[in-house]
Design a protein around this ligand. Structure first.
Ligand SMILES: Nc1nc2c(c(=O)[nH]1)N[C@H]1C(S)=C(S)[C@@H](COP(=O)(O)O)O[C@H]1N2
Ligand SMILES: [Mo]
Length: 373
């Protein structure tokens, strides 16, 4: 199934790429993955995007402690070695920052100007959160599991809390007890790098990246919904309740596809076969179909998948395009359909503010003049 994971499927060698992360913000570290480089199913660790709100904390494996407490019958603390000696699971999960593709919003909005690369796919190894909660004996009336981290600071966006805060995120109980949620210590078969949460982070497959808390130090079972800064002021959206708008935390990733190649404003030769390629993913559903348009959405052609269906992981896809003879500008779009027949929305939903940018993103390219090739 993973046989072709290391094989380059883009056969046209002129479609070269510029591997390396793009800095969106230097400190705290916010680096974008080169999305045009999706030659392998798993994003190499050194090319995986980095999204941090505070300076990277320095935790040591030797002194690391993970506290599991709150509304539980048997609170306990684990060392790094104890966690690593427990039965582990390894699974592939795509992480996407909820602000990915923000640069495509018109008019321009505040926040890191992510293009296509605040998304990456890796293999994670760790202990299911569920195992730790079972060991702790979670009380019946627990409604959320709060994941607390070691990084601290004062957020920049209003309303700014009076004192420094830690990064923290709570998961609904129903998600927290799913077998796929990991307390992870390895990424692509090696110990987590510091920027990705060393020594231990949560991996919440299917949810936007903000739920996968890095530098995790405490897991607290709580009886009341947690209304912390990150999930009320920041990563939240306007839902509707009895006709009234209410703030809710972002959760599952929404169906999305992105074109990796060609890149924006790339010039292609006329009347040649060009392999358009990309990837598509979803939160708690599976991607079933990809359609590509090379005429700004008037007509669509079905693309072919490169990867199999695997819940919570992206599927790369490709389509051979016979480029037009006519020189000029062309708008490429890719649109995914999930297993229940739902398509990506045509437009960005304003209830999500500067997040969840999952409409088909226009990629403008040029067909060159054959005389000048
Ligand atoms: N402790 C901590 N965890 C965090 C964050 C953070 O700033 N601090 N950023 C979150 C966000 S918004 C995203 S998108 C992912 C990014 O994970 P990565 O840097 O490993 O790609 O981490 C999440 N976990
Ligand atoms: Mo994020």
């Amino acid at each position: 199934m993973m046989e072709d994971s290391k094989k380059h499927y883009v056969d046209n060698t002129s479609q070269s790429s510029s591997a390396g992360l793009t800095i969106r913000q230097k400190e705290p570290k916010n680096l974008e993955a080169p999305f045009d480089w999706i030659d392998s199913y798993l994003t190499p660790t050194e090319l995986f995007y980095i999204r941090s709100h505070f300076p990277t904390p320095t935790l040591e494996g030797a002194s690391y402690q993970l506290r599991v407490d709150g509304a539980v019958r048997h609170p306990f603390t684990l060392s790094y070695d104890e966690l690593r000696s427990m039965p582990s699971e390894t699974r592939v999960a795509t992480l996407e920052c909820a602000g990915n593709s923000r640069v495509f919003l018109v008019p321009q909005v505040q926040g890191a100007q992510w293009e296509l690369g605040a998304v990456s796919n890796a293999e994670w190894t760790g202990v299911p959160l569920r195992t730790l909660l079972e060991r702790a004996g979670m009380e019946e009336d627990v409604c959320e599991i709060l994941l607390e981290a070691a990084d601290r600071g004062t957020p920049k966006e209003e309303p700014v809390p009076p004192d420094p805060i830690c990064y923290a995120w709570s998961l609904p109980r129903a998600k927290a007890i799913q077998q796929e949620v990991l307390i992870a210590y390895q990424m692509n078969g090696r110990d987590l790098p510091r920027d990705h949460g060393y020594p231990v982070r949560a991996i919440v497959p299917g949810h936007y990246g903000m739920a996968s808390v890095k530098w995790l130090t405490r897991i607290q079972a709580v009886r009341e919904p947690f209304h912390g800064y990150w999930q009320t002021s920041d990563y939240a959206y306007w839902a509707s309740m009895e006709g009234n708008p209410v703030r809710r935390s972002l959760g599952e990733m929404q169906l999305k596809s992105e074109i990796a190649r060609p890149r924006v404003y790339e010039t292609l030769a006329p009347n040649r076969i060009y392999t358009i390629s990309g990837a598509a993913w979803a939160g708690e559903t599976d991607v079933a179909e990809i359609a590509v348009s090379t005429d700004g959405g008037r007509t669509w052609t079905e693309a072919e998948f490169v990867d199999p269906v695997r819940r919570h992981a992206w599927r790369r896809w490709k389509l051979d395009w016979l480029t037009p003879n006519e020189p000029g500008q062309y708008t490429l779009l890719a649109r995914a359909k999930d297993v229940s027949g739902v398509l990506q929305p045509n437009e960005h939903d304003r209830h999500y503010g500067v997040y969840v940018i999952n409409h088909p993103l226009p990629i403008e390219v040029f067909i060159g003049d054959s005389g000048r090739q």
